[in-house]
Design a protein around this ligand. Structure first.
Ligand code: HEM
Length: 509
């Protein structure tokens, strides 16, 4: 590599620009390492002739530019990342063997906050659930807790996710998001009533990422050293408190700065005002699962009256240097699990266990988990091999296992826990649906002004629905959740309250 010291420093001082010391310049090169002679003028055939194909600097620059984008995430495209540390505070070794929860253990983390439906540079003021994904670089591999700000989800079976997202994304023929389409879908999903009620409350427009809680939504399994498991839900509680925007406040912010959530997080970290969250867990023993009125593995439900126990605190203290390399290429996946933490049988989670790693093989690439933001603290050692863009340096002729000569072996102490099973395979919904009760409880937990905001936000979108059947079906769900809620919404839409009541009376919770 050639280097030359320029006398630009003294020259700039003479010109009054004020550089303090001599600047060391390195030659600009092409990707093959060869120095570039002119990065300002294309090579042309004489003063008036066309540009030449043989100008390899021009061609390579355009080729690389043409390929700068990888596909944006199919959902959660807009996001911002930060690094930090999680410190475990409670001995829960009776519940889980996970190293990340040994008291005092400090685990580096990377968090990506996001919105869900809208594209990469969409306004952060738009109503949406918010992603709260945390990659823990634990001493036993990476654990990704990929959650949301809201504690429940719209649906309970992964087979519905692509249809739901299609209905929420802009229409394929107009590229415009349309409540006619997503309420058409949701009118067939009474279980979405709870999540819709939360999304259309002001919790659908958080003021900042720092002032937002996070939730696993699903139950996972904690497994202890004896192989015994319990079910666990995770909850991040913001130590900055929770703060949301009304639709009016969101609109006013959007007019001034629609990057307000990203800007806020970066600015706070840059000035040393590090945001913190406590992590809480709720735990249920397998024997308790059958006796609950709800199905505790239904992602449309919270676990009421199950105590929360604080297990540690996370502090975010460093912004990424490069958004693309770190935040965009980060690959958070619910399948990134570590000894002591396993998936529950939640049907939505089971689909996610497959879907994220699969999309990331396509979005980031076959060897994406070797990128700095994704690779584990302890090097991954296995015989998965080759593939596009492989930077690995494996040597030797043994690329199979078991082998007398293999350097690695599986270790029985890390086997998965065992789930007792009976019965036949089936394709059937869950038995304890209870689609409406928790939506009503959430509605009643809101103050009067928050209830009014929810009604006005929801009426704004539901009022655009042209199909009367869809509109009345949706109204009947909210009526079934809470009679006052349904009535207020029907009145806001100038709908026939008698018809809404009759439809709601025919519903079973
Ligand atoms: C079966 C249901 C679901 C499926 C199939 C699904 C699928 C996906 C996919 C394909 C991505 C893009 C991943 C990437 O390109 O890196 C994604 C991102 C994400 N999903 Fe889901 N999702 C589901 C439900 C959920 C639920 C219930 C939550 C919250 C608990 C959630 C939270 C997130 C978050 C936070 C991200 C962004 C991760 C990041 O920042 O990179 N998703 N989802």
């Amino acid at each position: 590599m050639t280097q030359h010291t320029r006398i630009t420093a003294s020259l700039l001082i003479l010109l009054g620009v004020g550089a303090a010391s001599a600047e060391v310049m390195t030659d600009l090169t092409r990707d093959n390492g060869a120095p570039v002679g002119d990065n300002q003028n294309s090579q042309t055939a004489g003063p008036n002739g066309p540009v030449l194909l043989q100008d390899v600097q021009l061609i390579q620059k355009l080729q690389r530019f043409d390929r700068e984008r990888v596909p944006e995430r199919v959902v959660h495209a807009r996001g911002t990342g930060a690094y930090g540390v999680f410190v475990a505070s409670k001995d829960i070794s009776g519940l889980t063997r996970a190293a990340v929860f040994r008291p005092g253990e400090e685990t580096p983390v990377f968090v990506r906050f996001s919105s869900v439906i809208h594209g990469n540079h969409s306004p952060e003021t738009l109503r949406d659930p918010r992603g709260f994904g945390t990659k823990f670089y634990t001493r036993e591999g990476n654990w990704d807790l990929v959650g949301n700000n809201l504690p429940v989800f719209f649906i309970r079976d992964a087979i519905k996710f692509p249809d739901m997202v299609h209905s929420l994304k802009p229409a394929p023929d107009s590229n415009i998001q349309d409540p006619n389409r997503f309420f058409d879908f949701f009118s067939h999903q009474p279980e979405a009533t709870h999540m819709l009620t939360r999304v259309y409350s002001d919790f659908g427009t958080p003021a900042s990422y720092r002032e937002m809680d996070g939730n696993s939504v699903h139950a996972y399994k904690f497994v202890n050293a004896q192989g015994q498991y319990s079910y666990v839900k995770f909850h991040w509680k913001s130590l900055q408190g929770q703060r949301n925007l009304s639709a009016k406040e969101a609109e006013a912010i959007q007019a001034k700065d629609f990057n307000h959530m990203t800007r806020d997080l970066i600015a706070a970290i840059n000035k040393g005002d590090f945001p913190k969250w406590d992590l809480y867990v709720q735990v249920l023993q397998p024997a308790e699962m059958a006796s609950m009125a709800i199905d505790p593995l239904d992602a449309t439900k919270i676990w009421p009256n199950v105590p929360e126990v604080k297990v540690g605190t996370m502090t975010l203290n460093r912004n990424p240097d490069n958004v693309f390399l770190e935040t965009e290429q980060s690959a958070l996946a619910p399948s990134n699990l570590v000894p002591g933490i396993e998936p529950s049988e939640d049907r939505l989670l089971q689909g996610r266990i497959f879907s994220y790693a699969d999309t990331q093989l396509h979005r980031v690439g076959t060897n994406g988990l070797q990128l700095p933001v994704n690779r584990p603290r302890q090097a991954a050692v296995n015989y998965n091999q080759d593939g596009a863009q492989n930077p690995g340096a494996r040597k030797g002729d043994v690329n199979y296992q078991p082998s007398e000569r293999a350097a690695v072996a599986d270790n029985g102490q890390y086997k998965y826990s065992q789930l007792p099973l009976t019965g036949a395979t089936q394709q059937q919904g869950i038995a304890r649906t209870q689609n409406f009760q928790q939506a009503g409880e959430f509605y009643r937990s809101l103050g009067k002004s928050q209830q009014a905001n929810l009604i006005s936000n929801l009426a704004g979108d539901l009022g655009q629905v042209k199909d009367e059947n869809i509109k009345y079906t949706m109204l009947s769900y909210f009526q079934k959740a809470d009679a006052g809620y349904g009535k207020a919404l029907a009145q806001a839409l100038k709908a026939d309250t008698g018809r809404v009541e009759a439809l709601a009376a025919a519903l079973r919770d």
